[in-house]
Design a protein around this ligand. Structure first.
Ligand code: SF4
Ligand code: SF4
Length: 173
């Protein structure tokens, strides 16, 4: 008797499961065949950071360390330097600039506190999420990797509700 009961219960469970599975087939699919098809990221998505420059290409960061102080993961490393040359000749918009600006993506939790803390709008999150590496040391990104003028735009993602290119502030050098 219990064997028959078990068979009936199992059959009912299988039928219920198949009913659920089959009901999903006609529904809209959200799976994306990445990287063949581009991924859509939301406008406020926090990807790899961008270090910004002004309209003349001068770095906006003044190495004030506020972002590093705000970072809960202690993953920002900055070395400041002063460049007394005239605006046209120097690296940064201000005399003081970041000679070294590193972010360790092995520690970063993409919380955005550094962006909030910056008084110069020098750092924001871009949309790039393609930062997987085989070696943990390669997760350490330097200023050369983070400057908006040095980052290459990937064709593998686009921003929802936007007709503009991803990282539209990207400037070709
Ligand atoms: S996003 Fe958060 S964890 Fe990452 S560098 Fe900025 S403050 Fe630090
Ligand atoms: S990115 Fe902004 S907060 Fe961080 S050191 Fe540069 S100017 Fe200061």
């Amino acid at each position: 008797m219990s064997l028959i009961s078990d068979v009936i219960q199992s059959t009912v469970a299988v039928v219920k499961g198949m009913k659920r599975t089959l009901s999903e087939i006609p529904r809209e699919k959200w799976t994306v065949q990445y990287p063949e098809d581009p991924v859509t990221v939301q406008p406020r998505y926090r990807g790899q950071h961008l270090l910004h420059v002004d309209e003349a290409g001068k770095e906006k960061c003044v190495a004030c360390y506020l972002c590093a102080a705000a970072c809960p993961s202690d993953c920002i490393y900055i070395e400041a330097e002063t460049d007394p040359r005239p605006y046209a000749d120097r690296v940064g918009r201000d005399e003081r600039f970041a000679k070294v600006y590193n972010i360790d993506y092995g520690r970063c939790i993409f919380c955005g506190f550094c962006v909030e803390a910056c008084p110069k709008d020098a750092i924001t999150h871009g949309y790039n999420f393609e930062i997987s590496v085989y070696n943990r040391t390669d997760l350490l990104k330097t200023k050369e990797d983070l400057l908006i003028t040095k980052q290459k735009q990937s064709k593998n993602y686009r921003v929802a509700l936007s007709t503009e290119d991803v990282d539209s502030e990207f400037k070709e050098i």
